[in-house]
Design a protein around this ligand. Structure first.
Ligand code: PCA
Length: 198
């Protein structure tokens, strides 16, 4: 079993992105005999589809778990839905500000993650981690990335579990390593839960 685990480059004037920091704690790593390959994604509405397509061709993953940073959230959020819409006043790292554009012209309005979301939340809570299922990944690059990944998988006929987890930004520098460890544990549980439900 192969797992593609991704994080993003920093964006919006931040020096770091917690998603990439958590991903780097998994490299090199394996869980329950599964191989984890890691990648850092560009914060780019336009380039993300091609980058994901190449990663999928290269690694042929059984699971794609993408992580992103959400500055306005306090809890680890497991995303359920990606919508076919991009809209943002804040530009991406290419300076692009979409104004109600489609992610994929003519694509479905919304696509759903096929990860075992409820079981992941249950297993996280059993370990004392207060995670939630989120019904909106926003309209910025993370939503666009989940939409692209789900669309590509449907298009390429892949039998692949695809999910997205938004992580709270770490502003508490003193407790940073502890918080990173907490997030590592959370992502490990999400992966293990998905592997054991395939
Ligand atoms: N978070 C942004 C894009 C990159 C990231 O880490 C988002 O929530 O859309």
């Amino acid at each position: 079993m192969k797992i593609l685990l991704t994080g993003f480059k920093p964006f919006g004037g931040n020096a770091t992105n917690v998603s990439s920091e958590v991903v780097s704690t998994f490299s090199p790593h394996s869980i329950e005999g599964s191989e984890i390959v890691v990648a850092q994604l560009p914060v780019s509405f336009i380039r993300i589809g091609e980058v994901l397509s190449q990663l999928i061709e290269l690694h042929q993953p059984d699971i794609i778990l993408m992580l992103g940073q959400a500055g306005n959230r306090e809890k680890i959020s497991i995303e359920r839905i990606a919508v076919n819409l991009m809209d943002s006043k804040m530009g991406d790292n290419d300076g692009y500000c979409p104004n109600e554009q489609s992610v994929v012209a003519g694509g479905e309005n919304a696509l759903f993650s096929n990860m075992p979301l409820k079981r992941i939340v249950e297993n996280l809570r059993n370990e004392g981690i207060d995670a939630v299922i989120s019904n909106s990944a926003g309209l910025y690059v993370c939503n666009c990335t989940l939409y692209n990944a789900l669309h590509l998988a449907h298009h390429k006929g892949l039998d692949c579990k695809i999910g997205f987890i938004h992580l709270p930004q770490i502003s508490d520098t003193e407790r940073k390593s502890m918080l990173l460890e907490y997030m590592h544990k959370s992502i490990k549980i999400a992966i293990e839960t998905t592997v054991s439900n395939i």
